[in-house]
Design a protein around this ligand. Sequence first.
Ligand code: MN3
Length: 187
Amino acid sequence: MHTLPILPFSYDALEPYIDAKTMEIHHSKHHQAYVNNLNTALENHKELQEISVEDLLKDTKTLPEDIKQAVINNGGGHFNHTFFWQVLSPKSSKVPVGSLKSRLEESFGSFETFKAKFTETATKRFGSGWAWLVKTSENNLEVYSTANQDSPISEGKTPLLCIDVWEHAYYLKYQNRRPKYIEAWWN
Ligand code: MN3
């Protein structure tokens, strides 16, 4: 059985940038629903129940047709949110340090250029989805976005940073102002 991971900080830890009510609903309702629906999808597929969500998503072509889309949607939702909670922190340095800093400068010219590209990618994601910083299989850094709960690991990419731009991630506090949420998220 897949289970909801414990949030590494309290629901109100990201105030005022992300409000406690949004965090509570996002984690305990939305993420929990992806976990529950993934477990339901796997109920009649005992052979897949011991496989990690990462491994389920890494090779979606081999999934049984009757549950393929359910695993992509709900396994993706489970994996993406688990990763998202890890990249958020109330004690952020707000700027990258160490090798991440130098790789970003090599790949994008500067942190500010990377930040602008990531922000634009998140802002322009039409409908629901995510913006990502990933490492490609050729060891390059790339900024791009995925729709719905599609996950970079299904494309052989390694996630380094992500932002959830589904409305459920920001609507209570920011309503239709996704750019304001993204700006606050950088904190
Ligand atoms: Mn979400």
